[in-house]
Design a protein around this ligand. Sequence first.
Ligand code: IMP
Ligand code: MG
Length: 180
Amino acid sequence: MNRITLKDRDFTIFITAADIEKAVTAMAQQINRDLEGKNPIFLIILSGAFVFAADLLRKVKLDCDVTFVRLSSYSGTQSTEKIRELLGMNEVLKDRTVIIVEDIIDTGHTMDDMIHKIRNLEAREVKIATLLLKPAALRKDLKIHYVGIEIPNDFIVGYGLDYDGFGRNLPDIYKVVPEE
Ligand code: IMP
Ligand code: MG
């Protein structure tokens, strides 16, 4: 389906499942090469990154741990600067190589906040892996090690990303049709 309606907005197909798979595979291969011989811990940012993380992690061949943190910053189609931690980190990150797995970096506020929290937990090194990046929206000076696909500043849904709770289960990624 090329055009769908979620709640009160229309969306059109933007990135197909096949193209997502290519980007995820390329990222996993790069992580496998870069971190060979290390025992990293993947920190999955819920809820949005759960689909991406499940696909990425099954392609990662390293001896690794996986843990989760649940954050929320979006309200409707707008990013807010207030980030709520709904499920905290209780894993020991001290002296670990931590790879943060995120669905999308928009303004960068969420990621900036995460990086500071993890540094306080005395991780040895922190790397960022995001499926999507909106370079034009980025407001923070972040070193992003792994980016799947760069996208323009449109609101998107699918493959874990939601519009007010809708659309997370879509296998493809859709972008919002602007309101007339
Ligand atoms: P940031 O703090 O502005 O970088 O926003 C990051 C978070 O907002 C991500 O973890 C997503 O959950 C959410 N987000 C950002 N852009 C979109 C979008 O286009 N669609 C759905 N969620 C988004
Ligand atoms: Mg998210």
